[in-house]
Design a protein around this ligand. Structure first.
Ligand SMILES: *Cc1c(COP(=O)(O)O)cnc(C)c1O
Length: 456
């Protein structure tokens, strides 16, 4: 039997439109609220942060949103990304399951994030914006936006969470190579940063704090906007190129997934692979089981509360209804830095409430064990975040073996781990700990959720 099975689409098959799941939802997602008035936000409230095209994409109910030709032109560098059948892994697992994975590590930044970074840079450039400010955790988003900014002639400034800034100098070097300026957060450049440093000069930082710093600076200048790499509807929209391509690739394989697995930090790569399939189901197509996998140290979907909350620590962002651990929650250190966010995308949270997706959480040692097993079978070394999806897919495949049934499992291998070798070295040295989150801190963060009277 042929062991290397790759479904490769011609570049003419790059989707011409993104898929918007809002058009097919049985019940609309709750409104986004103004942080001060608690009234639904209008486009003008968001205008200091984002160009109008992206604001409109946040709320559009159109099923298809055309992908501008200059964006498709950049996508052509690595899209359509390959879809593989994991035959060697199937053999190792002795499973009757058919395992497929979409591989996003082929992008210049090494993950799915450029799918939205390129689109966001394009719309900002079209709107006359000169500078983008953002935050980054492990550095995946920062390097993706730095790459996109370089292509479209935009200055990019990035607040990088302090722990990662110190631990991941190579990601920082990549951002600087693309011409971006990278600052450790909390920093002395903003009021929110200075307030935190005054209390704790050695604060390790968090995504929530870095977002506050980026938003604070972005709203101060007319030529400057903010960019976010996950969570928001327009980001999830841009990532649907993933699932749309996968549908075409599975047609080539003459197959259709019974189960789809993705890892969730803010929810964008998961939405990207899953939403086009869930949409097909909502329009009367085949039913798919969809599983979101998160770290048990930062379990927003499995342990969080579904409530209105802020996206950042300083409470500068609008309020969105989502599964949240509370905006002041700081997860313990673990290696999948891209999954350390306190909240979850409102659309992913909404689908969880509607019963259209499931969620599960794993500890990091189990997740790395799965990643190493995958690398030894398939050759690709996954990012620590992607290892969560690998673990979820392997567990589904083992269940197929135990039940003696063959199901098609599709998962998203959202990035490679070439910048994360310290994490693998720690794993091999037995130094990875499965630290639990602090239950008292979670209770306190949840008690601090804003009290919001929901609009009817
Ligand atoms: C950023 C990132 C994630 C988490 O973000 P999502 O929006 O949940 O996709 C996961 N994996 C990789 C490789 C990332 O860079």
């Amino acid at each position: 039997m042929n062991e290397t099975v790759k479904y490769f689409l011609d570049e003419s098959r790059i989707p011409k439109a993104w898929y918007n799941i809002q058009a097919d939802l049985p019940k609309p997602a709750p409104a986004v609220l103004h942080p001060g008035t608690h009234k639904p936000v209008g486009p003008d409230d968001l205008a200091p942060l984002f160009p109008m095209e992206l604001i409109l994409q946040e709320v559009t109910q159109e099923r298809e949103v055309p992908i501008p030709e200059p964006v498709r032109e950049v996508y052509r560098q690595w899209r359509p990304s390959p879809l593989y059948r994991a035959r060697r892994l199937e053999k190792v697992l002795q499973t009757p399951a058919r395992i497929y994975y979409k591989y996003e590590g082929v992008s210049p930044a090494g993950s799915h994030k450029p799918n939205t970074a390129v689109a966001q840079a394009f719309y900002n450039q079209q709107a006359g914006v000169k500078r983008l400010i953002t935050e980054t955790g492990a550095g995946q988003w920062g390097s993706s936006l730095a790459f996109a900014g370089a292509l479209f002639g935009l200055d990019v400034q990035i607040f990088m969470v302090r722990v990662s800034y110190d631990q991941k100098p190579y990601r920082r070097a990549l951002m600087e190579t693309y011409g971006a300026r990278c600052v450790a957060s909390p920093s002395n450049e903003t009021e929110s940063g200075r307030a935190i440093l005054a209390k704790d000069p050695n604060h390790p930082g968090s995504l929530g704090i870095a977002i506050s710093e980026a938003v604070e600076l972005a709203v101060q200048r007319d030529d400057t906007k903010y960019a976010l790499g996950s969570v928001l509807n327009h980001v999830l929209l841009h990532q649907t190129v993933l699932g749309l391509e996968a549908i075409a690739q599975l047609e080539m394989a003459d197959d259709y997934p019974d189960v789809i697995v993705g890892c969730t930090g803010g929810g964008s790569n998961f939405a990207g692979i899953a939403f086009p399939f869930i949409g097909a189901q909502l329009r009367g197509g085949k039913t798919v089981r969809v599983v979101a996998v998160e770290p048990s140290a930062c379990p927003s979907l499995t342990r969080g509360t579904y409530a209105y909350d802020f996206g950042d620590t300083a409470h500068l962002t609008p309020l969105t209804k989502m599964h949240t651990l509370g905006s002041t929650f700081t997860p313990p250190g673990f290696h999948a830095g891209g999954l350390r966010y306190h909240g979850m995308a409102p659309l992913v949270s909404h689908l969880k409430e509607l019963g259209l997706i499931e969620a599960t959480a794993y500890r990091q040692t189990k997740v790395f064990e799965a990643g190493v097993q995958f690398a030894r079978a398939e050759g690709i070394l996954p990012a620590p975040e992607a290892n969560h999806a690998v673990k979820g897919a392997i567990d589904e495949a083992v269940r197929c073996r135990e039940e003696g049934v063959s199901r098609a499992i599709l998962f998203n291998l959202c990035g490679h781990g070439h910048f994360d070798m310290q994490a693998y070295m720690d794993y091999f040295a037995g130094k990875l700990e499965d630290r639990d989150y602090d239950r008292a801190e979670l209770a306190m963060a949840l008690a601090g959720l804003p009290s919001v009277a929901e609009p009817a």
